[in-house]
Design a protein around this ligand. Structure first.
Ligand SMILES: [Zn+2]
Length: 292
């Protein structure tokens, strides 16, 4: 783990698997996302050696919020997130349940998909004065999660999981997205927004020009999956479509990954329905039919 100063008070935390960042306010630190679990939280705490004043979250996924309980118990810091993801922090069982589409099976309730709960988390609306004082703008980057949010610090933006590296797309074949249609809109926001540097969690610290290339790759991935699902959807359930994709793309699944892929497929199906390309019907399962 390594800390790199980006400006006079903004710093990057390289957690190996992910990037997060923080603002140094002399005696105290504001974090932007925490980490996966207790052991990583302890390492960050040791490395910083300062009191955590607050944690702002891009979104509620366990690998971004799993260290909160340690920082909250030690410093009683404020934890902020978009109001539409607040319930996921106070009731973490919602995350695996959303992925599965009902009460979750135990194999998807491990630390990667279900964090320790934080019952005291607050919506961003409660932090407007602090955000103004720190000169931070919020950016709507929903899509990967229902209300994923980016933070703009003058010329640097921290966007959480609103962008993924090409390596990650190659590795997982299907990016986890709650609603791919909104993810596309977020990518367009990242194209049009003014900034010099962008940080995304898995994993990049890039100039705007470099980011534009990665945005292009994310968009082509999105359109490719959209077209593929449209072509194979006729007469099939979401689970059958998922099974075909796993086979065709040679995705190495486990019980975690299967819920992520299947949930993402449902997000694309919803987008295709809205575009009037597919309609839903029931015949021994919820199935999809091509319209055009
Ligand atoms: Zn995420």
């Amino acid at each position: 783990m390594k800390i790199t100063n980006l400006t006079d008070n903004l710093f990057l935390i390289d957690q190996k698997a992910t990037y997060t960042c923080g603002l140094d306010l002399d005696g105290e630190v504001v974090l932007f996302d925490s980490c996966l679990d207790l052991s990583i939280a302890k390492k960050i705490d040791k490395l910083l050696g300062k009191k955590i004043k607050a944690i702002f979250h891009t979104h509620s996924h366990a690998d971004h919020v799993g260290g909160d309980f340690f920082f909250y118990n030690k410093y009683r810091c404020d934890v902020y997130i978009h109001k539409n993801e607040l319930s996921f922090l106070s009731y973490p069982y919602l995350e695996p349940s959303l992925l599965y589409g009902g009460a979750a099976y135990t194999a998807i309730t491990g630390k990667f998909l279900k964090a320790e709960k934080i019952e005291t988390a607050l919506p961003f609306d409660s932090a407007l004065d602090l955000l103004k004082e720190l000169n931070i703008e919020l950016i709507d980057l929903s899509g990967h999660s229902p209300a994923q949010t980016g933070f703009k610090f003058k010329d640097v933006i921290f966007v959480g999981d609103a962008l993924f590296s090409e390596d990650l797309i190659d590795k997982y074949k299907i990016l986890y997205l709650f609603y791919p249609k909104s993810y596309l809109k977020s990518l367009e926001t990242l194209e049009s927004l003014e900034y010099k540097k962008i940080i995304f969690c898995h994993k990049g610290y890039l100039s705007k020009d470099e980011a534009l290339e990665i945005i292009k790759s994310n968009k082509s991935h999105l359109f490719e999956v959209y077209k593929t699902i449209y072509k194979i959807a006729d007469g099939k359930t979401a689970e059958e479509i998922t099974d075909i994709l796993i086979d065709r793309l040679e995705i190495h699944i486990n019980m975690d990954l299967i819920s992520l892929v299947n949930s993402t497929v449902k997000g694309y199906l919803s987008w295709l329905e809205l575009d009037n390309k597919l309609r839903v019907y029931y015949d021994k399962g919820v199935r999809w039919k091509q319209i055009q």
